[in-house]
Design a protein around this ligand. Sequence first.
Ligand code: NOJ
Length: 495
Amino acid sequence: MRSVIHFVFFFIIVFNEAQVNGTLNNKRFPDDFKFGVATASYQVEGAWNEDGKGENVWDQVTHRVPSPIVNNDTGDVACDSYHKYKEDVAMLKDLGVDFYRFSISWSRILPTGFDNKINEAGLQYYKNLVKELRANGIEPLVTLYHWDLPQPLQDIGGWPNEIIIDKYVDYARVLFRELGDEVKYWLTFNEPKQTCNAGYGLAQKAPFITSPGMADYLCTHNVLRAHAKTWRLYDEQFRKDQKGTIGITLDIQWYEPSSNSTADIEAAETKMQFALGWYANPIVYGDYPSIMQSNIARRSAQEGFKESRLPQFTEEEKKYMKGTYDFLGVNLYTASLVRATDEPNPSMGLDEDSEVLAWQPDDWETAFSSWLKVVPWGMRKLVTWMKNTYDNPKIMITENGYSDSGTLEDDGRISYYERYLSSLRDAMEFDEVDVIGYAAWSLMDNFEWLAGYSEKFGLYHVDFNSPNRERTAKKSALWYKNLLETRCLVEECVD
Ligand code: NOJ
């Protein structure tokens, strides 16, 4: 009997090892592949009203009564990185990252949102941070805009008002001028689909406006034009001297056809176009995906509109827009299944306009955030799809990460990272996708938007109950550090 138990036990161990190790890619990451971690200004900085900073839309909504945020949490103090950036850089150094992706708070630089007044103290903060990073051999990757629009610009309509295009370019110009000698990697926007669809369509993010299939389309149109103008500004006026590179970060989940039927395969492709193509197609090819143009024009006509709810680019704009990227950044966390339907929902809205159905099966593994199903194979499928759809661009994974409710023994996070990175490495090895880097979200626990501090994504724990906001390395931080040293997901890699 004992030997049977032993055998079963042995079998379980061996089988598990094979399951875990057998599935991980054993090729070393190339030497020029860059590893980093990411954060964003509103989520970590705090100091919301210090040293001349102006109010932004997240300051505004988190101070509303009643608050839309879990536990009435705010980013007023957050991780207090405004005061503790040296500690943050020490953590980055200890992890051994090649780069740190952080964002700049527009209201800290231009308190009114306009460039009539530059806040020198705010600028100095970022100069200090960049200097500290450089002194420690860490490359800064700067996101110009991670959702924190100055409130005065929201007061005149925010992103759906095209006045904002030039205001954004003015802001970008200040940053290129002031920081461009030291910053060589820029991202114009982080996840504009969240700014526009969640912010102005579905009222799920600041400024919480409900205008699906209308304001979100106008918002995107202006974001895209602001992006193109900013890329061209850099390309024409700064690149020669500063020699940097500039992209955009788009959010996407992988949309998998729910069956092998042609209808479901086409439905999944449609969903990809409505989610990623909405932004990537204009930037790469100069115009919105044709399926978006045709669906929305047809539905708008049926609804009695004289013109499509999807705005149109002029021929000149299409030429101007096309090719405005050096690399494509992508934030990938999860996946969904997609199927075709004969009964499209007639309501206005991005999802409805796609006329397909997407969902996440209940029995898929889930992180702590309900939307975050753990689907590692989606990583390889996504980047390969991007390679094929966008003519083999340079791709950077600017975010990927796992939430839990908060523990230092975060094995779930390690397992997530292992499997997603393995899938990414597979794409590089077998599909020859040109992936240039990867940033884990996030350096430390931080303000997770509507979820406040209830969902944790950090490699480092932050004690939000303590005024000092002490940081403590989690098990995943040690794991990531080891990965960055070995650049290898298994015990021994081949080159
Ligand atoms: C993407 C966003 O860019 C980031 O701000 C957010 O915290 C993570 N996803 C996790 O939800």
